[in-house]
Write a protein that binds this ligand. Structure first.
Ligand code: PMV
Length: 328
């Protein structure tokens, strides 16, 4: 009753921002992401009659009540689907800097969904696996697949048509995604809370919803055409629009720090000097800079001249779920 799975995190090019159903994690809009090769979570789950509750280890440390309860709520869903009543030991190793806007929850819940359903020998396809992962963290539904992935919001009330679909594999178009770390500390407004506040109170949220579908259509076509300039322009605009909605919320909030803005301005400067690079930012202060592989080193060099930059991780499109042999 044990299985091990690895899932890679993803970066949204067209953002998921706002839920229409909080409980089922159903989004207001379709979103589009790239699964990243360098950041992943490897999770083993073992179910056992010997346990009286779930146990959660992250990077070798036993997690406290709040983290464990979150994981247990997710395993409850899987137990309900499978008919099992067994508790499990969840052992996760994360190569993603946790809660810094590098989407560690996406790889975390995708790996947990894959390992736990496999450990219980559930016969499910990737669409169902994606629907399950979605209910841990929305963006996790995109990490089931590698490469370029669209999360279709779906129309059904039960979420049965809301899951990630691959639109290009990781081998069909290589891009460089430089993950620029400016702030390693945990973010102040979690994405779940930030989305809710924005949907409930920001007058700019309607502007987001009115335009996001068009952004997605343009981005998707640019991916099919391997048209980096068009993709870069729309993904940057889309990120700025998402962040603009948070400024209109009540109370207002902002994920950027002055270091975030310094990186954004540097990318603009690179473009002014003829280097094609574009940025995007999720629910945290760190920045992802996209460029073509031949420009990767020069973009890195220029970004490293900023004193606020602590680290740059090089990422490329990466794979979907993989199952690994159990270690013991
Ligand atoms: O799935 P969550 O709750 O981590 O929310 C993700 C929200 C953004 O990262 C800002 C956008 C996205 O599409 O990943």
């Amino acid at each position: 009753m044990k299985a091990t799975a690895r899932a890679h995190t993803n970066i949204a090019l067209i953002k998921y921002w706002g839920k229409r159903d909080e409980k089922l994690f159903l989004p207001m809009n379709n979103s589009l992401s790239i699964t990243l090769d360098a950041f992943y979570t490897t999770t083993s789950v073992e179910f056992c009659t010997c346990l009286k509750k779930d146990i959660f280890l992250l990077n070798g440390n036993i997690m406290g009540e709040a983290e464990t309860n979150k994981m247990t709520r997710f395993l409850d869903l899987i137990r309900k689907m499978s008919g099992s009543t067994l508790y499990g030991v969840v052992d996760s190793i994360n190569t993603v800097p946790t809660a810094a806007g590098f989407a560690s929850s996406a790889s975390g819940f995708a790996a947990l969904a894959a390992a736990s359903t496999k450990a219980l020998k559930m016969e499910i396809n990737d669409d169902i696996l994606s629907q399950i992962a979605r209910q841990g963290s929305g963006s996790a539904c995109r990490s089931i697949h590698g490469g370029y992935v669209e999360w279709e919001k779906g129309e059904q009330l039960d979420g049965s048509d809301s899951f990630g679909k691959q639109i290009l594999t990781e081998n069909e178009w290589d891009l460089s995604i430089l993950s620029v770390l400016v702030e390693p500390n945990e973010k102040k407004v979690l994405s779940r809370e930030g989305m809710k506040r924005t949907v409930d109170t920001s007058p700019f949220y309607t502007g987001w919803l009115e335009t996001v579908d068009d952004d997605l259509t343009v981005a998707k076509q640019a991916i099919y055409d391997r048209d980096f300039e068009t993709l870069g322009n729309v993904l940057e605009r889309n990120a700025l629009k998402m962040h603009a909605t948070t400024l209109g919320a009540n109370p207002p909030f902002m994920y950027w720090t002055s270091a975030t803005v310094a990186v954004m301005q540097k990318v603009q400067e690179l473009r002014d000097n003829g280097i094609s690079a574009y940025y995007t930012i999720d629910a945290g202060p760190n920045v992802k800079v996209l460029c073509q592989p031949e420009d990767e080193n020069s973009v890195r060099e220029k970004l490293m001249t900023l004193s606020v930059v602590q680290e740059i991780y090089h990422c490329h499109p990466g794979p979907g779920i993989t199952y690994l042999p159990n270690t013991n």
